[in-house]
Design a protein around this ligand. Sequence first.
Ligand code: NAD
Length: 250
Amino acid sequence: MRLEGKVAIISGGARGQGAAEAKMFAREGAKVVFGDILDEDGKKVEAEIAEAGGEALYVTLDVTDEDSWNSAVETAVSRFGKVDILVNNAGIAIWSAGDDATVEEWDRVMDVNAKGVFLGTRAVIPEMRKAGGGSIINISSISGMVGQETIHPGYNASKGAVRILTKSTAIQYAKEGIRCNSVHPGPVMTAMTERGWADPERRQLTEQRTPLGRYADADEIAYGVLFLASDEASFMTGSEMVIDGGVTAQ
Ligand code: NAD
């Protein structure tokens, strides 16, 4: 198993990519603490993992709140003894062009997507130090690499912040054996993108813009995250893993 003996924390794990990662990590032998603000969905995922023979614990976690992060880390340490892996996956999307965008939307998306990653990283560093190293994976987006017509500028800015925050974390903690990499998914079929794939016209447009001609399944992103979390990626830090069906290759 690829994560045997590791303890992982995953944010935004109640559904979508975070839930796929929690399940996959548990299948690969990790002990997983995953948090979200959607408690009912999170508890369901926890039960599914237990039923499949994995070890995972759901906690309420609001990534914009420092105390909430500290309590998630405390739970991981008291239950499983340490923290080796953090996946900063929680995120929100806002769909509107620059002239429709509001300041409130900007603040909210930066709070969850960018500040949430900063707070999560800061919360786990002391435990990773104690463990003698660790792997942090930040879920950015292709929206952190290129501009897009129908995406709120705050979403692009927040994901760009995640991209460079990843490199700053990688450089600042490399000597302590803590690696940090970003993942940049293209369109993934989750609740976040439902307004795109549920509308036949929008879905067709996204599929046409994607060389592989479809949305990704959440597992197709989770496999990349699994690799970065594992010791197989022991010489990778500060890098950008693009999993986008070819969108940014054009
Ligand atoms: P999703 O909406 O299914 O999952 C996001 C999860 O984050 C949800 O469970 C949500 O409740 C949680 N969340 C939101 N605010 C939170 C908060 N304050 N505290 C804790 N949890 C919170 O969408 P997804 O596609 O699984 O998104 C996962 C990540 O991937 C996000 O960071 C997203 O921006 C990124 N992403 C998604 C796509 C896509 O096409 N779906 C593409 C690129 C990047």
